[in-house]
Ligand binder design. Structure first.
Ligand SMILES: Cc1ncc(COP(=O)(O)O)c(C=O)c1O
Length: 457
């Protein structure tokens, strides 16, 4: 039973219970990168590199990204979605090396700010393959997008129409999409559901805001409306909500043709494809998603009497989440009443997701083989919040102790991109592992980095 203490927010609803898999069993690595292998003395190797050695060489906490796993996931999408623009949602995680990998694999990019955009373009990412999103783009975001020549800007509010138009030179024209809300509820938690009218993104089809915005955009000679965009949420485990959203958006495309006599050539269906964080959880099957979406698109367009638009999809977490592993050092173990707390040297500053929307992980002892009976433990961070929990009620060896290493798989998406320097704890480094080599991609944030922003009295 869960209780709410006065003055404290209600606890995040628990995710379904998943039976723990014994750590010596290869199935215990089922949510790890495909390259993960059990190694001697309780170690695990990813991309041919020992995690214990990564901890030794780069310190902890540290994040690993398996380059081969990212590339293979890009290829899975391209195979599942032929004749489709697959666009990586950079909000999941962004750094220069990752930009190179996704560009080399032939993907486009979705960015949400001038900052993400500048990093991409200065790394050499072709601007015409970039889509700019955001429910509240700043004047700087819009100016940067126009200056750097992004391929598409996704209009998310009626305010943005005139604001964007006014920034475009008289002889210029910008391709835009409109983000519409189809009235479809999907996603594992309210904080990541964006397909219904009770949240901040997009323009409602149900109340006519989308149709109204479309008419206004068509009146703006500097805006070229090329299509519709729809992202219904994240961590969606079944295909059905996508098909429902697709039918509604195709209905709107048909309505636009009837009302305005134009055929919009593009349809962007966003991302949100679920990954498994623990053995036994369901990930959305990408080949089946691709086949069913493309079939439904052809059928719905034929029924509506409109040509099939070019499709775009925007996966984030399904491309990089399972390629990442977070590695921590245990600093303290505390047994209070019937609870065991395992406190590590990172926490909510590098991974706020358990606190934000109840993500559950399967942490693992690394670098030491334990024969002790497992205990039920809660892995917590080092920060000054009781809610700084990385993994509640998980099986850990009963003799877990300070100095041990703990790895958390499926750590590649929305960890470091959401990280903070809470308690002036610097953000961890990112290390790429591939073909037996480890190389630093992003260095650790130092105290000097943090203090340098404070300009003094
Ligand atoms: C517009 C848009 N596209 C794509 C994504 C990527 O979602 P996911 O990482 O769940 O695939 C998001 C996530 O917030 C988004 O807002």
């Amino acid at each position: 039973m869960t209780t709410t203490l006065p003055g404290l927010p209600a606890p995040v609803p628990a995710m379904p219970h998943v039976a723990p898999v014994p750590p010596g069993n290869a199935a215990s690595l089922s949510v790890w990168p495909a390259s993960a292998r059990l190694a001697s003395r309780g170690d695990v190797a990813v991309g041919g590199v020992s995690l214990a050695e990564v901890a030794e060489r780069f310190g902890t906490p540290v994040y690993l990204l398996d380059e081969g796993e990212v590339r293979e996931r890009c290829r899975t999408y391209l195979r599942a979605f032929p004749d489709t623009d697959v666009v990586y949602a950079a909000k999941a995680f962004l750094c220069r090396a990752l930009l190179h990998w996704v560009q080399e694999e032939g993907l486009g990019l979705d960015v949400c700010s001038a900052g993400e955009l500048e990093l991409a373009v200065t790394t050499g990412f072709p601007p015409e393959r970039i889509v700019l999103h955001g429910n509240a783009k700043s004047p700087d975001d819009l100016s940067a997008a126009l200056r750097l020549g992004v391929g598409r800007i996704v209009i998310d509010s009626a305010w943005e129409i005139a604001r964007l138009s006014a920034l475009i030179p008289a002889d210029g024209r910008q391709k835009v999409l409109v983000r519409v809300v189809p009235g479809v509820s999907a996603g594992s938690h309210a904080a990541i559901r964006t397909g219904t009218d009770d949240q901040k993104f997009g323009l409602s089809i149900t109340d006519g805001s989308a149709q109204h915005a479309i008419a206004r955009i068509l009146d703006q000679p500097r805006l070229e409306l090329v299509g519709l965009h729809c992202h219904i949420g994240s961590q969606i485990t079944t295909v059905k909500p996508y098909l429902t959203a697709l039918r509604r958006v195709v209905g709107l495309l048909a309505q636009i043709r009837l009302q305005h006599g134009i055929v919009l050539p593009e349809l962007d269906l966003g991302g949100g494809h679920a990954v498994a964080h623990r053995p036994g959880e369901t990930a959305l099957d990408i080949p089946s998603l691709g086949a069913r979406i493309r079939r439904e698109l052809a059928t719905s367009c034929a029924a509506a009497g409109i040509p099939v638009p070019r499709l775009t999809v925007e996966p984030g977490r399904a491309l990089v989440g399972p390629a990442g592993v977070a590695l921590y050092r245990v600093l303290a173990v505390k047994r209070t009443g019937d609870r065991t707390f395992v406190a590590v040297d990172g926490g909510m500053s590098d991974n706020p997701r358990p606190a934000l929307y109840g993500v559950r992980y399967a942490p693992r002892l690394i670098g030491r083989r334990s024969t002790a009976e497992p205990c039920t433990a809660t892995v917590v961070g080092r920060h000054c919040e009781a809610g700084d929990v990385l993994a509640a009620d998980v099986a850990m060896p009963g003799d877990i102790r300070p100095g041990d290493l703990v790895a958390i798989p499926v750590a590649g998406a929305y960890h470091l991109s959401m990280a903070s320097s809470y308690n002036a704890v610097g953000r961890p480094p990112v290390v790429a592992v591939h073909d037996g080599r480890a190389r630093l991609l992003v260095r650790r944030e130092s105290l000097a980095d943090i203090n340098s922003r404070d300009v003094g009295l």
